[in-house]
Design a protein around this ligand. Structure first.
Ligand code: AMP
Ligand code: MN
Ligand code: MN
Ligand code: MN
Length: 284
């Protein structure tokens, strides 16, 4: 079988970041949904990888250790996925710890802003109920609590009215640099992938610089088929991958069965002319 038809899902989140399933339960869901190659890619954190690997081995589900690093590039937040990383690599671990370190302060500031600008009190404590890893409080946890109390009708509605630029609960934040994120991933033996490029609010000129800088730092792939892209964008980013010489990755970015998002393993195949990032990988 051609590698392109493998049901690879190389982007997903567990309770170690802002997903709602444990790494083991995520492995079970991936297997049930027909995934044939699975990566756990929690935000700024690899502490779920050992459990995920063991659960995947039990299920005979080929597994890839991953991470999704938060990056600030040209004043915007972008995400860089690392795949096939050695999750014990000291440089990677130190870089991720540093990237996580501002989240607690940011969360308290977000809650204060929600109180002052939207009159909603107690959101920090409320969001904590959804947090599986005290080191990783994210806007998703805030969104789940805002939906729970009826301040928003759903998680995605919470991101329309709160937590994003210009809205109550938004706090500007500086994450890792692009070159740092790519080098931590490479030092850990992994490959760096631009996550969901279609989500970034960049001009065509800025996109071109972003792709070229990422490549110059050693980045090799982009997510072509992701839960964040429309079908039209699959073709668009396959074209961009060809133009810049990037491999293509495929991942649902699954977080929760309750959110209206693409389920793990439920994605279209990569466009036929793409080169899968997993093409030359060896996995059991
Ligand atoms: P953070 O890293 O704390 O800034 O949180 C980012 C996370 O929020 C992303 O990984 C998504 O899981 C979630 N998120 C961001 N925007 C949206 C949106 N419009 N709808 C649903 N989830 C979102
Ligand atoms: Mn997330
Ligand atoms: Mn992301
Ligand atoms: Mn993600």
């Amino acid at each position: 079988m051609s590698a392109i038809l493998l049901n690879a899902d190389l982007h997903s989140h567990s309770t170690v970041s802002d997903g709602v399933l444990t790494p083991s339960d995520l492995a079970i869901r991936a297997k049930r949904n027909g995934v044939e190659l699975w990566a756990l890619t929690d935000h700024d954190e690899v502490s779920g990888v050992a459990e995920a690997r063991a659960a995947a081995a039990d299920l005979c589900l080929p597994f890839v250790a991953g991470v999704e690093v938060s990056v600030t590039w040209a004043g915007k937040t972008v995400h860089i996925v690392g795949l096939q990383v050695d999750e014990t690599n000291p440089q990677l671990l130190a870089g991720l710890a540093n990237t996580r370190s501002g989240r607690e302060r940011r969360a308290r500031d977000m809650a204060q802003d929600l109180q002052q600008r939207a009159g909603i009190a107690g959101v920090y404590e409320g969001a904590l109920k959804y947090v599986g890893n005290p080191d990783l409080i994210s806007r998703s946890h805030f969104a789940r609590y805002l939906a729970e109390i009826g301040a928003a009708s759903s998680v995605s509605d919470a991101f329309k009215h709160f937590l994003t630029e210009g809205k109550p609960g938004y706090v500007p934040h500086r994450w890792a640099n692009l070159n740092e994120a790519v080098s931590w991933i490479r030092e850990a033996g992994g490959v760096a992938v631009i996550a969901h490029p279609g989500r970034y609010d960049l001009t065509p000129l800025a996109f071109d610089c972003f792709f070229r800088e990422f490549k110059a730092f050693g980045g090799v792939a982009i997510e072509t088929v992701t839960g964040s892209h429309t079908v039209d964008q699959y073709a668009e980013y396959a074209g961009i991958a060809a133009r810049y010489g990037f491999l293509s990755s495929r991942g649902s970015d699954f977080h929760s069965p309750e959110d209206f998002e693409v389920d793990i393993g439920h994605l279209q195949a990569l466009p036929r002319d793409s080169v899968p990032v997993w093409e030359h990988w060896r996995f059991d």
